[in-house]
Ligand binder design. Structure first.
Ligand code: EPU
Length: 338
């Protein structure tokens, strides 16, 4: 175990923010993890996976644990499906492509989502009609304070839209060490009903889609609309899409007949935050090196030397403007670390 001091996290967060950690330890085995945890107070730890869903606003006066556990294991296999146990530190997109190559179906729509396998359940990552919970079986986690290992079943995870027990009841208490997925080996359920996917498949001249062609379509769509974090720092969607009552939506629709929406139930409607932000005039704007992406208003970006505080200030300005203009509170999807 190698503890580094005053360690720059620039290469460990996808916003590319040059923030220093008082101590930094990269753990590669579970034994490493428990041993390192024994040496620090639970309240003085910050857990880092792919660093793709956090905004670091100042130097971290704690020990940062970089979870670098690796490995994929087939637990069980039938003609129809495969049960895979994957270590938390595996890169999410690499895992998706590994499955696509083996014709394991279920996560092809989640290609190119930044982050690691171990953080995917925390916010129940989702895109193009698929959510992590659709393939999730259980995950193993370690309690930071007691060091006890525990399995969380799918039911216990209490998954919702970009939400789980790890963001609510047990927030900050556990480190996820591995995740078990069930994927299909044949008769895949292909999700192509999301408008942009159908259009992209047509563009690729695909009439009979496979999991590979869907992954390729998703990659093409994301590359066109979303900035690559290794080129422009970002954290994907910065805000959640707000869920509002049908009654309130009807009023909004009278004023803005072209507002896109997604009906969740007879009483609830989800509206795209990106549309609201664009309407409020923020798309493509820059405040120093902090900005709103020019092709997707839901994504805040660091054009180079922005600080976490500057990005947060921009996020708050957007929140306030949307509140004033539409009377809707935008909730941040990204974790603000202060
Ligand atoms: N829109 C605008 N202006 C914009 C962006 C979007 O008007 O600048 C409109 C679009 O025209 C469309 C609607 O908003 O009618 C929805 O846009 P899009 O399909 O791009 O999806 P989204 O709601 O912006 C969500 C997820 C994304 C995910 C996509 C595809 C959330 C918070 N975001 O975005 O997730 O990739 O759907 O499924 O739910 C992420 O979490 O990092 C992420 C990228």
């Amino acid at each position: 175990m190698n503890i580094e001091r005053d360690f720059s996290l620039k290469n460990y967060n996808t916003f590319g923010l040059d923030v220093k950690a008082k101590q930094f330890v990269s753990v590669k085995t579970e034994k490493d993890l428990t041993q390192s945890l024994q040496q620090v107070y639970a309240s003085e730890i910050l857990v880092l996976g792919g660093g793709s869903n956090m905004l670091l606003t100042q130097d971290i006066d704690k020990t940062v644990f970089h979870i670098d556990l690796k490995g994929k294991k087939v637990l069980n296999e039938t003609d129809e499906s495969v049960l895979l146990k994957v270590a938390a530190g595996e890169n999410w997109h690499d895992f998706v492509m590994w499955c696509v190559e083996r014709n394991y179906g279920g996560i092809e729509n989640l290609a190119l989502i930044p982050g690691n396998v171990g953080t995917s359940p925390i916010q129940n990552i989702g895109a193009y009609g698929v959510e992590l919970k659709d393939v999730f079986v259980e995950c193993e986690a370690i309690h930071i304070q007691s060091l006890e290992q525990r399995i969380f079943t799918k039911k216990e995870c209490d998954f919702g839209y970009r939400n789980s027990i790890f963001k609510s009841k047990v927030k900050g208490q556990y480190i996820i060490t591995s995740v078990v997925f069930e994927l299909s080996k044949k008769n895949h359920t292909l999700k192509t009903d999301y408008g942009a996917i159908l259009k992209q498949l047509e563009k690729q001249d695909v009439s009979t889609p496979t999991i590979k062609s869907i992954a390729e379509a998703v990659i093409a769509i994301r590359q066109e609309k979303l900035p690559n974090p290794s080129e422009i720092g970002n954290s994907g969607s910065f805000f959640k899409n707000p869920i509002i009552s049908t009654k309130f939506f009807k009023k909004l629709q009278q004023q803005y007949p072209e507002i896109p929406f997604y009906k969740l139930s007879s009483t609830e409607i989800k509206v795209p935050a990106g549309w609201l932000i664009e309407q409020a005039g923020f798309k493509g704007i820059k405040r120093g090196d902090a900005g709103v992406h020019k092709r997707q208003a839901l994504v805040l970006v660091n054009y180079g030397t922005a600080t976490g505080e500057e990005i947060l200030a921009l996020a708050k300005e957007i929140q306030q403007t949307i509140q004033d203009k539409f009377n809707i509170l935008l909730e941040m999807e990204v974790n603000i670390i202060s």
